[in-house]
Design a protein around this ligand. Structure first.
Ligand code: PEP
Length: 249
């Protein structure tokens, strides 16, 4: 019912030459994937990634986007600029942006609206920190992040937003949430979407990925869980073989 989606988040990795090589290696390995396959690259690699993936089943995404259409925002990139390049997806609200670059629930919401208005599909990241988890605040944090991110977003856009539940303590640490825990936590997010929109929409239209040290070894177990519709993959997306094994879970 919900088509799985596996997306790579390259973060600040790969030059143009490395991008060409990685995509050339990846294409034959993922060509028969049953899920949607996306690679999200640094801005400088996007044009190359779009050109090199042309005619393949790999879609290209950016890792951030500004909320304004244009203007005095030195160093920023607009949604229109991404669309012109042929980019289809954009990650918004990644925990590294929330942690290091002052991203808030409000700026996340503004970016989501701008991305959708320009025709981009969004990978919206939410997730609790270790402190929040240990303080028993998982549900409170996820409900707040989800509710704020979807503020003023119409039901008709739900198919254009993929939610990535990424517990911050599991990102780049080698620590994965157990598949049961990831599943149960994602259920909280789906229930929140059911309340914000409708149970049927949450069940049929909202795809929710797990992210956090997902790799070839744990992908099949995570993907077998009822609530998990895909993965957002950091470290393991930088090697064609590893990423393809996750894609072909
Ligand atoms: C991420 O950056 O979104 C991520 C999940 O990273 P990693 O897979 O390296 O934990």
């Amino acid at each position: 019912m919900r088509k799985p989606i596996i997306a790579g988040n390259w973060k600040m990795n790969n030059t143009i030459a490395e991008t060409k090589q990685l995509i050339a290696d990846l294409k034959p390995l993922v060509k028969d994937a049953k899920c949607d396959v996306v690679i999200c690259t640094p801005y400088t690699d996007l044009a190359t990634a779009v050109a090199e993936t042309k005619g393949s089943n790999i879609k290209v995404g950016a890792e951030n986007v500004h909320w304004a259409e244009k203007g005095a925002f030195t160093g920023e990139i607009s949604a229109k600029m991404l669309v012109e390049l042929g980019v289809e997806y954009v990650i918004i609200g990644h925990s590294e942006r929330r942690q290091y670059f002052g991203e808030t629930d409000q700026t996340v919401n503004a970016r989501v609206k701008a991305a959708l208005a320009a025709g981009l599909k969004v990978i919206l990241c939410i997730g609790e920190t270790l402190e929040e988890r240990e303080g028993g605040k998982v549900e409170e944090v996820l409900v707040r992040q989800t509710t704020e991110a979807f503020k003023d977003i119409d039901k008709s856009e739900l198919e254009n937003i993929v939610i990535a539940y990424e517990p911050v303590w599991a990102i780049g640490t080698g620590k994965t949430a157990t598949s049961q825990d990831a599943n149960d936590t994602i259920k909280i997010v789906r229930d929140t979407m059911a309340k914000l929109y409708c149970p049927k929409c949450a069940e049929e239209k909202v795809r929710i990925q797990y992210g956090g040290s997902m790799n070839p070894k744990n992908a099949s177990e995570l993907m077998a869980m009822e609530q998990i519709d895909g993965g957002l993959i950091g470290g393991a997306s930088l090697k064609a073989e590893d990423f393809s094994k996750v894609v072909n879970y």
